[in-house]
Design a protein around this ligand. Structure first.
Ligand SMILES: NC(=O)c1ccc[n+]([C@@H]2O[C@H](COP(=O)([O-])OP(=O)(O)OC[C@H]3O[C@@H](n4cnc5c(N)ncnc54)[C@H](OP(=O)(O)O)[C@@H]3O)[C@@H](O)[C@H]2O)c1
Length: 264
């Protein structure tokens, strides 16, 4: 299958690092005009430069905007009034016992992880429907289905995204616009590296630590290792392609088999 997104514009929020950066690179390779986003101009330029060294002729736009605010969403809309693909990737996580999560932290997690994507979909979906083509992908998590004890607020936001994607897919029925969520498992990003190192300070190398982490905290993993960001990006790219036209309202797993349910 050859995925060609030439002539398409794709916005990937939170694309200065991790899964978002790998996804932006995948879109650039597929020929899309790729919009990178993050809050910091220097980190954005570093991300764009990295992609340019890897993908010759990459067509990139960078937009510094905090997507957890209405002002940030408006900045994106002003710079990029229409997109064909929207990947709502921005997300934060933190390890806090559930009874110690204060109200303002619950609100912050909802603003960053849920409302950001809802707002951008509201801005961009009508134009996609008018043009008869569009792809919206919400980056959820395996924790949407299996709530983690130390990150209940995070898990709740990721569960919410499954319903948001399903609801928007219903709203877009018959228009040529698909809306899906993607559920990664533990993926090798800087954030997860810090999280695992803090969780397992006794482990030797990071490679040993990640295998201990999987063995102790994700024993049902069939992959038995962290997922690579580009492995998640591959599924997001497929869900954003012309070829995925019959996949909508779906929750797509890329969690290394950790979830034991036969369907998400
Ligand atoms: N890593 C995992 O194991 C894993 C597993 C399952 C699901 N996920 C999900 O995958 C997504 C990406 O995770 P990741 O681990 O790749 O993240 P990451 O490495 O921590 O990167 C987060 C990205 O989001 C940006 N960002 C954060 N807050 C933002 C805001 N308010 N406005 C705009 N950009 C913002 C950051 O940019 P700046 O800091 O430069 O602004 C950065 O580019 C998240 O939704 C996460 O929940 C991750």
């Amino acid at each position: 299958m050859h995925i060609d997104l030439a002539g398409r514009t794709a916005l990937i929020t939170g694309s200065t690092a991790g899964i978002g950066l790998a996804t932006a690179e995948a879109f650039a390779r597929a020929g899309a005009r790729t919009v990178l986003n993050g809050r910091d101009e220097a980190r954005l330029q570093a991300a764009a430069n990295k992609i340019r060294t890897l993908v010759s002729g990459a067509d990139l736009i960078t937009v510094a905007a905090d997507v957890s605010t209405a002002e940030g969403a408006q900045i994106l809309l002003d710079v990029v009034p229409a997109v064909d693909v929207l990947v709502n990737n921005t997300g934060i996580f933190a390890s806090t016992p559930v009874l110690e999560i204060p109200d303002d932290e619950w609100h912050r997690f909802f603003e960053v992880n849920v409302i950001s994507g809802v707002r951008l979909a509201r801005n961009y979906l009508p134009g996609m429907a008018e043009r008869g083509f569009g792809r919206i992908v919400f980056v959820s998590s395996e924790t949407a289905v299996d709530t983690p004890l130390d990150m209940v607020h995070y898990g709740v936001t990721k569960t919410a995204l499954l319903a948001v994607a399903r609801g928007l897919a219903k709203a877009a029925a018959g228009t040529g616009v698909t809306v899906n969520s993607v559920l990664p498992g533990p993926t090798h990003t800087e954030g997860i590296e810090e999280y695992i190192t803090a969780l397992l300070p006794e482990a030797g190398t990071f490679d040993e630590a990640q295998r201990d982490f999987i063995a102790q905290y994700r024993p049902t993993s069939l992959l038995k290792r962290l997922i690579r960001p580009e492995e998640v990006a591959n599924l997001i790219l497929f869900a954003s392609s012309e070829q995925s036209s019959a996949t909508t309202g779906a929750a797509l797993k890329v969690e290394g088999g950790t979830l034991t349910s036969l369907v998400p």
